[in-house]
Design a protein around this ligand. Structure first.
Ligand code: SF4
Length: 271
């Protein structure tokens, strides 16, 4: 339904209208990129990545990986940043971590630099495309898939926020990559990759340690990206403030290790 509305807008506004594709290098935003290029190949389209300064760097940086996916679609990638602080600097200056409820990291390091970029564009209508899917969380499922962005809309420019892959499932996103032979970043777990064997340790393509990292993610980060784990852990000690309420990263990972050892011990009694 939203797609028809956007198609009508494109017909009415022609080159006055441009798409902005928010692209992180992750699976959903790559699917988003493919969707927009497939449906609106003739419309002016800008791909933009907000770099928080705490993005994956190995075995290929998030920015380089995103740039490659954009090039495959015939687009250049513009990487934007908050000029004043990276994610870790923001945490240190505030003396506390952002929380799922008050996501200052998203607003300061992602949304705000992208909004600044959008304000520089000459088009009268901007469709700002974001790769959010309803399936990801209850709060995301309640978002409007197409809405006017009031803070960016002025007398001379109308900006819409559009979530074109809102209804797609994880399986559909992965299948699209596999069918079209589109690479997934190597940090994703093997089951996300077509061959099911190569791959990394994460299910979400976020900052290297994210406020939404699960216990299992933190364990995987501890084992696979010790530098990032220790950077955040060190900040917790320095600030006297933990990223997750009630337990430090070290405590969360240690508790999992103790549980695993205890389970192994109990299993060994069974046989
Ligand atoms: S990926 Fe996580 S830590 Fe990074 S900006 Fe987004 S919510 Fe914040």
């Amino acid at each position: 339904m939203e797609l028809e509305g956007v198609r009508r807008l494109v017909q009415e506004r022609g080159s006055d209208l441009a798409f902005v594709v928010n692209h992180s290098g992750g699976k959903d935003s790559t699917r988003l990129l493919g969707f927009i290029r497939n449906k609106f190949r003739d419309s002016p389209t800008y791909a933009v990545m907000a770099d928080t300064g705490f993005e994956h760097q190995r075995p290929i940086s998030a920015a380089d990986f995103a740039r490659q996916r954009c090039a495959e679609c015939g687009l250049n990638l513009t990487v934007v940043r908050n000029p004043k602080r990276t994610y870790l600097e923001m945490v240190e200056r505030r003396g506390m971590f952002p929380s799922p409820r008050f996501r200052q990291c998203t607003s300061d390091l992602k949304r705000s630099p992208v909004e600044k970029f959008i304000r520089t564009l000459p088009h009268k209508v901007i469709v700002n495309c974001i790769g959010i899917r309803a399936e990801e969380s209850h709060s995301r499922s309640r978002l409007a898939p197409l809405a006017v962005n009031a803070s960016l809309t002025t007398r001379d420019r109308t900006v819409y926020n559009w979530l074109p892959i809102f209804d797609q499932s994880l399986a559909e996103v992965l299948a699209w990559h596999w069918v079209n032979a589109i690479r997934l970043h190597p940090v994703y777990v093997p089951e996300y990759h077509k061959d099911g064997t190569t791959g990394g340790y994460l299910r979400r393509f976020s900052c290297r340690v994210c406020i939404f990292s699960t216990d299992a993610d933190l364990r995987a980060i501890y084992e696979n990206d010790r530098v990032a784990f220790e950077q955040v852990s060190h900040l917790e000690s320095k600030l006297g403030y933990t990223m997750r309420p009630g337990a430090s990263l070290v405590q969360i990972v240690s508790a999992q290790t103790s549980t695993a050892i205890e389970e192994a011990r109990q299993q060994s009694f069974c046989f």
